[in-house]
Design a protein around this ligand. Structure first.
Ligand code: NOJ
Length: 763
């Protein structure tokens, strides 16, 4: 059976995904539950199918194979290579639920045809992939894009990503990563939205909405998989795959909310994380995967393992052997295994021996079939498997323009002494120095499984396009990313001497963040620091562009530069986006989603920590909770970011000093553009719960307003706080609001402003 791809949603969503945001926007509070989540627990169609399935077919529905490079296994004259033939046979026998990271939509279509026409029950396959920040059009890495503090933008890039991914034969993305990460040593900080749960929730739900669109059955809807469930961002020492020791209260306060927000926004799948929490690996964690997820949250979707994570239960020392690992994973609530094939290998014998109950397997299969049905795969198995769309929907001009917009909105200006930025487009001799100036390989950043490297715009290209031919530009690498270049520093110093302004593009390579890329030293590599030191000694105005997948510890020569700019990994349009901001065509507007420490040894370092019994003075004599060598304040705090103008915040004002439970509180402040350039301000609302049975963070973000201000103009920003915003997770692990004393402030970042007190009385 083949049906048409002519779903009205397809064109509607393509029309709307590029719509811009309004001048003053609020990041919303959640979405209605998705229709498919409310579907009845037993679906007659699925029950009939289930009754006809053998145990091998059931195990097959729970088994997904990795398929990276599978397109290369088709020989044009002799046909499928043996490894591919094995997969095709498995599909024909109904022993596979789908494939991930397959790279050939035509082959995908052939495989789907085998599944629906040749397998006994004709159950369609599902094609998944790691489409993290774009397919061929690369958007900024998720952490970078989160610096936009603009959930609407994240939704639009996710929508554009979905259009490309579904044109490439992908129906399910293993994204977004919604792990809250507070230790910058962890390489996977780059994949999430940073250290704050509230921002993490808003961005998680936006990305889910963007990927999935309004109708899951649409040809361009990409099923989302918020990951990694759960607590992966809390791995000890920031070392990837490490243990995570998280008290249940912190788990629920910090790490679980972005998952809940994603499910409320309609996500129907999640991936179990590699880590253990308090000694129980997530893949075998019944409390997480069943009690909380299915019990408390009534999640009706499926849980997938993470790349053999069921097998890793053996390596953790949680299961005796492979069969025991499968038993524990399935029983805990991990429905589908990816990569290793262990479910297919062991489930039939486990059931036959009576160790694994058929009812448990049936429930897992039900969940998988329900998701396939929600995607419309039974009616239209060829949805998102249309090779013609490769020609029309990949690297569409609107998507490329969106990548540039997202790139420049993700840039954060940390420092701009004497207004060295923006640079004039003429009249000054520029030296562009550093290993990333002409580099294309590190433009996109980690987690591009199907990259289009050649379309990445380098920084040099971006600058040349902005300045036009004949611009006075010296371009000198100075050093490699992690090694010196013979004569490199001398050439850089000579170029700096001849220039009016030096722009140094330095930082991390792609492979220094992402999976398995944790760092003990979150620093700029030494050969680059030697280069920066030497160029700084020349004494010319210096602009530092940082390339990075995390907050870094900065050396003195960077800290003392006139301007410091976070550019993360900005994706395909990286060079253009940076040039847009550097030369003032667009003022920077990003805000830090992670705190910059003064020293790496402060990690884990985040603004919303609990108060100690000896709170430290930020500056002053070393007393209280602090290190001997360094102030406890951030070098640049969460939420910080400058524009090309200056702003002044008036005092935070509240409607009343005392409210009752059930009432809301109006909080406002006047913001004025006190400079001479246009300004985009991101006003942030923070609260503090003064007394609680579980000690609360010294500040917690609860709202954001984006405001555009002409020079000299003022605007009142106003928020409404409700009892829900004042709730916290209690010792009994339940979330509720207590009457008591609170503080609130509207500020330009997490360290600024003077909080004012108010009281909440019982109803
Ligand atoms: C391992 C990673 O942890 C996960 O994020 C990814 O989705 C899977 N591999 C599949 O590639």
């Amino acid at each position: 059976m083949e049906t048409t791809n002519d779903n009205p949603q397809f064109s509607a969503s393509r029309r709307t995904f590029l719509a811009g945001s309004m001048a003053v926007t609020t990041i919303g509070f959640g979405m209605p539950a998705f229709a498919a989540m409310r579907a009845p627990a037993t679906d007659p169609f699925i029950e009939r199918l289930l009754k006809r399935m053998t145990i091998e077919e059931k195990a097959g529905q729970l088994t997904m194979n990795g398929a990276l490079g599978i397109g290369r296994l088709v020989n044009p004259t002799t046909g499928p290579e043996p490894a591919l033939q094995t997969t095709l046979d498995q599909i024909a026998q109904g022993r596979l639920t789908g494939l991930f990271n397959a790279d050939d939509v035509k082959l995908g279509r052939t495989m789907q045809q085998i599944a629906v026409e040749k397998s006994r029950l004709g159950i369609p396959l599902i094609f998944a992939a790691d489409i993290i920040h774009g397919l061929k059009t690369a958007f900024p890495v998720p952490l970078g894009e989160s610096a936009s503090f603009d959930a609407g933008l994240c939704e639009r890039t996710a929508r554009a990503t979905a259009i490309e991914a579904t044109a490439f034969g992908v129906q399910w993305t293993f994204a977004p990563a919604v792990d809250i990460a507070r230790d910058q040593r962890w390489g996977r900080v780059v994949e999430g939205a940073g250290e704050d749960p509230w921002l993490g929730c808003r961005i998680a739900e936006a990305r889910v909405r963007g990927f999935q669109g309004a109708d899951l059955r649409a040809n361009d809807s990409l099923l989302a998989c918020p990951k990694h469930f759960a607590g992966y961002g809390a791995v000890q020492g920031g070392m990837d795959y490490n243990t995570a020791d998280i008290p249940e209260t912190t788990l629920r306060e910090v790490h679980l909310p972005p998952f809940k927000a994603s499910f409320d926004a309609g996500a129907l799948t999640t991936m179990a994380s590699f880590n253990d929490t308090g000694g129980v690996p997530s893949t075998g964690n019944h409390h997480l995967l069943t009690d909380i997820l299915r019990g408390e949250w009534a999640f009706r979707g499926l849980v997938v393992s993470d790349f053999n994570s069921e097998k890793e239960l053996v390596d953790h020392g949680y299961a005796a052997d492979e069969a025991d690992a499968v038993l524990k994973a399935v029983t805990a609530g991990c429905d589908m295994s990816i990569q290793g094939g262990l479910y297919l290998k062991h489930i039939p014998a486990l059931v036959q021996s009576g160790r694994l109950k058929m009812a448990v397997v049936d429930e897992a299969v039900r969940r998988v079939l329900r998701v396939k049905k929600a995607l419309g795969l039974f009616e239209n198995p060829y949805r998102s498997l249309d090779p013609a769309r490769m020609g029309t929907d990949i690297r569409r001009p609107e998507a490329v323009a969106l990548a540039r917009e997202a790139g420049r909105k993700s840039i954060v200006l940390l420092k701009n002494e004497r207004n060295v930025l923006p640079l004039p487009k003429s009249g000054k001799a520029l030296a562009l120095i550093g290993p990333f100036v002409t580099d294309r390989n590190n433009a996109l950043g980690p987690w591009m499984v199907f990259p289009d490297m050649k379309s990445a715009v380098t920084f040099e290209q971006g600058v040349r396009d902005a300045l036009g031919a004949g611009a006075a530009l010296a371009v000198v690498p100075g050093c490699g990313i992690e090694r010196p270049l013979h004569g490199g520093i001398d050439a850089a110093v000579a170029a700096a001497r001849a220039a009016d302004v030096v722009v140094l593009y330095v930082g991390e390579a792609t492979n220094m963040s992402g999976e398995g890329a944790s760092r003990a030293d979150i620093t700029i590599p030494k050969p680059q620091v030697d280069l920066i030191d030497a160029v700084a000694a020349v004494g010319k105005p210096m602009v530092i562009l940082l390339k990075h997948g995390r907050a870094l510890e900065l050396p003195n020569s960077v800290k003392n530069a006139q301007a410091i700019v976070c550019t993360w990994f900005l994706g395909s349009e990286s060079g253009n986006a940076i040039a847009d901001v550097l030369f003032g065509d667009h003022a920077p507007q990003g805000r830090l989603p992670v705190s910059f420490p003064r020293r790496a040894g402060q990690e884990p370092f985040y603004y919303n920590h609990r108060s100690t019994g000896r709170p430290s003075l930020v500056e002053g004599p070393p007393v209280g909770a602090r290190y001997r060598e360094v102030s406890t304040s951030a070098l640049y705090p969460f939420g910080h970011g400058l524009g090309y103008s200056t702003v002044a915040y008036g005092a935070t004002e509240i409607g009343r000093p005392r409210i009752r439970m059930g009432e809301s509180l109006s909080v406002k402040a006047r913001i004025t553009n006190t400079g001479t350039a246009k300004h985009h301000e991101v006003a942030q609302l923070y609260i503090r719960i003064r007394v609680a049975e579980i000690v609360q963070p010294i500040r917690a973000l609860k709202g954001i307003r984006h405001v555009d201000l002409e020079p000299g103009a003022s605007a009142d920003v106003e928020f409404t706080l409700t009892a829900q915003d004042l709730a916290y997770v209690h010792a009994d692990t339940r979330t509720r609001t207590d009457p008591g004393a609170f503080e609130v402030v509207i500020a330009p970042n997490s360290a600024a402003g003077t909080p004012i007190p108010f009281l909440l009385a019982a109803a």
